[in-house]
Design a protein around this ligand. Structure first.
Ligand SMILES: Nc1ncnc2c1ncn2[C@@H]1O[C@H](COP(=O)(O)OP(=O)(O)OP(=O)(O)O)[C@@H](O)[C@H]1O
Ligand SMILES: CC(C)(CO)[C@@H](O)C(=O)[O-]
Ligand code: BAL
Length: 279
């Protein structure tokens, strides 16, 4: 496994691979890797000969400076995990490498940009698409893999790709959970023991909705799920919605396909998200 820090070094590794017409997969991450990330590397290996993983805590997508400051950065551990997973190239640029000068960025990501995460983290998806475009320019991958855990992020990245006509296949991979159902997340490390227990309600509320989707109406389901979360001590709900998987607008027609339940809540000091496909 090669570890590189500059776009120039990355390109000199990738040029012969491209000349040999080998397929390249990119797995963008912010590090603090867990089994969810490893599942993306493993899926990437099914789609390409060479797997590049980027580790970059992208400042432009953080709307809360404290969140950026305390974002975990266990670099040695990450490199060891990637080595064990069979990743080929790790790209770990410094902030100056990706943002050599002040720049403004704004593209039309469609109305769904401003819903859900976009409402609670204003400008977040401009920052996400800005860095993912830069990573795509640096790597020129044939395929890029993202987690369904960040459901809205995958939609926004697909919109960015179609905005620029980038020839890359975007693949969304299933959510990897702890044994008790908590969605794996780098931010779980901030949870106290009590928070960790309380956080389970997010997955439990999603399961409730999925299990009763055929037998109860949307209003009843939402009422029950929100109550479950609001009654859990230390948990503050940002949103719980049953939405169309394309527009992210509330869905009331339970016979439709592509319906998803999405949740975000603060558990103690830590904001977590999760979701579940309903149809
Ligand atoms: N539990 C998971 N299962 C599958 N993919 C995941 C999971 N958690 C994160 N990912 C995916 O890994 C990629 C990198 O995410 P990131 O580095 O932000 O990790 P994270 O655990 O989502 O961290 P955080 O949510 O705290 O920012 C994203 O595409 C994300 O959707
Ligand atoms: C896609 C991403 C690596 C861009 O910084 C980030 O948003 C993430 O880790 O999901
Ligand atoms: N996994 C999404 C990255 C973020 O929370 O900023």
């Amino acid at each position: 496994m090669k570890v590189v820090h500059t776009i120039a070094a990355l390109r000199s590794l990738l040029d012969p691979i491209k000349l040999a017409q080998q397929k390249i997969a990119l797995v963008p991450t912010m590090g603090a890797l867990h089994k969810g990330h490893v599942s993306l590397i493993e899926a990437a290996q099914q789609h390409a000969e060479i797997v590049v993983c980027s580790i970059f805590v992208n400042p432009t997508q953080f709307t809360d400076p404290k969140d950026l400051e305390k974002y975990p950065r266990p670099l040695e551990h990450d490199i060891e995990m990637l080595r064990a997973s069979g990743c080929d190239i790790v790209f770990m640029p410094a902030v100056k490498e990706m943002y050599p000068r002040e720049e403004s960025w704004h593209i039309d990501l469609g109305a769904a940009e401003f819903l859900l995460e976009g409402e609670f983290r204003k400008g977040h998806y401009q920052g996400v698409t800005q860095i993912v475009k830069k990573l795509f320019d640096a790597v020129e991958p044939d395929v890029a893999l993202f987690g369904q855990k960040d459901f809205q992020q995958v939609l926004m990245i697909r919109n960015m790709v179609s905005y620029f006509n980038i020839p890359v296949q975007i693949i969304s991979c299933p959510i990897i959970r702890e044994e008790d159902g908590l969605a794996m997340s780098s931010r779980n490390i901030h949870l106290t023991m009590k928070d960790r227990e309380n956080a389970l309600v997010l997955n439990q509320a999603l399961i409730y909705v999925k299990d009763h989707f055929a037998s109860q109406g949307v209003d009843t389901l939402l009422g029950h799920a929100k109550l479950m979360i609001e009654e859990t001590p230390g948990v503050t709900l940002d949103y719980f919605t049953i939405a169309n998987g394309e527009t992210l607008l509330p869905e009331t027609d339970q016979k439709k396909s592509n319906v998803i339940a999405l949740v975000a809540a603060k558990v103690g000091q830590t904001r977590l998200i999760d979701n579940m496909i309903l149809s």
